[in-house]
Design a binder for this molecule. Structure first.
Ligand code: FAD
Length: 598
């Protein structure tokens, strides 16, 4: 069976009749999804248009020097398929994730028809894990510990994925240094003065690299110790039991031309997500995504953060402490969406000194690199009338799942239009022996969620009956102060009309917070007004992220305010603010002025 597909120019930000300056394909070429087809150039930016489907190019409808608009056909390709495939699973609903949408909400997907590979295989295994990020390596190691023969297919030279290489860990290595610089500067108020810090940016970058190397090296050792084989290269499914790996070399994902085929009984897809690049974002070294920002090449004088979420604000914290002045532009009505506004307010007040302009309800509509800087145009409630000049622009507007880049259709796996892979509560895709975990299955895109899902998938591969049934997944902004939240937020409870009780302990009444000179924060616990069980919590203050785990445990265990308040917490610690917030909820707190009788 063969079918012809027209690949068209997508939404290009309202531009029309745009110049076609490059065409990368010709009739007869075999293209993968997301391979670049053409480059378009407007007066503001160039953008590569990726293929939305894989196949063989039959006809190219555009030429260099021509024009193109949204909806114009670029190429016609032929895609081929064979046997029938099972229906997509119902998406999983993850309970109580305060910060983001969950796997729920996927439109039902038609399952593609699987292909059939007639050739041999170079490697055979019980479980093939596609992607060596936190989800993938955790799944692989758990499966190996359960006695299975495991292969990880990973395109990069190190395991650890986004989290260890260009995400959680390098950002925290830099944030740690920034936090120490900030903390030391606060000591001047106590009579202890240090000079202005001298920052050797090459050494700081070197420190971050060392942290990454230590952790990724550790993973390589642990894979070896478990006899988990790592096949280096880009994986592309051939059928429901085979994946072709285009071997890669160097530190990136440059292919050598060699191919290997891995045959598997079960597969776990853990191929993660990638940065979303809006069409008007130009290619210019001063315009960076989070990976570019983590390279820490220099410290700009004036920096714009496009997108006021956690990733942008964490990186902004680092650059600001190193000397940059910040502007932030956010389309929504507040920064750090997902967290309760009262928590964010404390962070915002403490950080006001870093920002020249916080532009809410505002869109970035143009970015133009010039010799004297990057000029940015805005539209919306707080948009400056004239374009603004920046030395560096960080775009942190979200991440897209990699589901459409894997040849999943050849294995008969359903993928949503946005590239998520729907799974059930056992992490199974619509193809029963193929599982998916981590960023690729839905929000929240967080490492700790992927790790737990990875264990569930691995246990099911080993014949156990495992389910992802976590009640809650915490979210943390590792800014200064940190903002951490879990379960039902107060703002959500209000919106949904839930009847709640809350206990709030202000850190201004905490001996330890006062001793630390950091009493700006508070701890808030949220209880169901009928069952009195804890259903959520939020903390703002230094180390909030380290403390929120106790609230997660309390929710998982179905604790009420008495359980938490009667648990003896060590004094003086910030952790005891959780016990005290619970005491506030049931009216027994003696560290605050007398409470009104309930
Ligand atoms: P990934 O980590 O994305 O790993 C996927 C792997 O699959 C990659 O190694 C990739 O190379 C490989 N791969 C993809 N396609 C193929 C293919 N076809 N063939 C071979 N290999 C392939 N989360 C937190 O919980 N806490 C944080 O503090 C935090 N901070 C972050 C900071 C930044 C700047 C960023 C960008 C992210 C941060 N995250 C954080 C998110 C976290 O990094 C991700 O949620 C997590 O890495 C997802 O894990 P994963 O295993 O699903 O996928």
């Amino acid at each position: 069976m063969s079918n012809l597909i027209e690949l068209k120019v997508p939404d290009i930000g309202g531009h029309s009749n745009v110049d076609v300056i490059e065409v990368f394909v010709k009739p007869g070429d075999v293209i993968a999804k997301d391979d670049s087809l053409i480059t378009l150039e407007t007066d503001k930016a160039t953008m590569e248009v990726p293929a939305e489907a894989a196949g063989t190019v039959k006809e190219v409808k555009v030429a260099v020097g021509g024009k193109a608009s949204e909806g114009d056909v670029i190429v016609i390709i032929e895609a081929a398929g064979a046997a029938a495939a099972p229906a997509a699973p119902k998406p999983v609903e993850t309970v109580g994730v305060a910060s983001a949408t969950t796997q729920a909400g996927f439109a039902p997907q038609a399952a593609p028809v699987a292909a059939s590979h007639s050739g041999g295989a170079d490697v055979e295994c019980d479980v093939m894990v596609l992607g060596g990020g936190p989800g993938g390596y955790s799944a692989a190691f758990r499966a190996a510990d359960l006695g299975l023969k495991v292969v990880i297919v990973e395109r990069y030279s190190t395991l650890g994925g986004v989290c260890l290489n260009v995400g959680c860990i390098p950002s925290k290595a830099l944030l740690h240094n920034a936090a120490v610089i900030d903390e030391v500067s606060h000591l001047a108020a106590n009579g202890i003065k240090f000079g202005k810090p001298e920052v050797d940016i090459d050494m700081l970058r070197g420190y971050k690299e060392k942290v990454i190397a230590k952790l990724t090296g550790g993973l390589a050792g642990m894979a070896k110790a478990r006899k988990v084989e790592v096949v280096r290269g880009v994986g592309h499914f051939l059928d429901p039991h085979h994946i072709e790996v285009s071997v890669t070399t160097g530190s990136g994902s440059e292919t050598t031309g060699d191919k290997k085929v891995v045959k598997f009984n079960n597969a776990i897809i853990a191929a993660g997500s990638r940065v979303v690049k809006l069409p008007f974002i130009p290619n210019d070294p001063r315009v960076v995504d989070s990976t570019g920002a983590l390279e820490l090449k220099s410290v700009p004088g004036k920096m714009l953060i496009v997108g006021g979420g956690i990733i942008g604000l964490e990186m902004g914290t680092v650059y600001s402490t190193l000397g940059a002045r910040l502007d932030v532009v956010e389309m929504m009505d507040g920064l750090m969406q997902g967290a309760d506004r009262d928590l964010v307010k404390v962070w915002q007040k403490w950080n006001a000194h870093r920002f020249d302009n916080i532009m809410l309800n505002t869109k970035t509509v143009g970015i133009e690199p010039k010799e004297d800087g990057v000029w940015v145009t805005f539209e919306g409630a707080s948009a400056p009338k004239e374009p603004q000049r920046y030395d560096m622009v960080l775009y942190a507007t979200g991440r897209a799942p990699n589901g459409k880049l894997l040849g999943a259709e050849n294995a008969g796996i359903a993928v949503t239009d946005r590239g998520f892979i729907p799974v059930d509560k056992q992490q199974r895709t619509n193809v029963p022996h193929i599982y998916a975990i981590g960023d690729i299955v839905g929000q929240p895109m967080l490492a700790h969620k992927g790790v737990h899902e990875g264990h569930v998938a691995a246990e099911n591969c080993a014949g156990q009956k495992a389910y992802f049934d976590a009640r809650v997944i915490p979210g943390v902004a590792y800014t200064d102060p940190e903002v951490a939240w879990v379960g039902v937020t107060e703002d959500d409870a209000k919106k949904q009309g839930l009847k709640i009780e809350k206990g709030v302990f202000p850190w201004a009444a905490s001996g330890r917070a006062i001793a630390n000179g950091r009493d700006e924060g508070f701890t808030k616990l949220i209880f169901d007004a009928e069952t009195h069980q804890i259903i959520g919590g939020g903390i703002v203050g230094p180390h909030a992220g380290d403390m929120i785990g106790e609230v997660c445990l309390a929710i998982e265990m179905g604790c009420d305010a008495t359980d938490i308040g009667k648990t003896i917490h060590p004094h003086p610690t910030m952790g005891e603010s959780i016990g005290m917030a619970a005491e506030v909820a049931h009216g027994t707190c003696t560290d605050l002025p007398p409470q009104r009788k309930k």
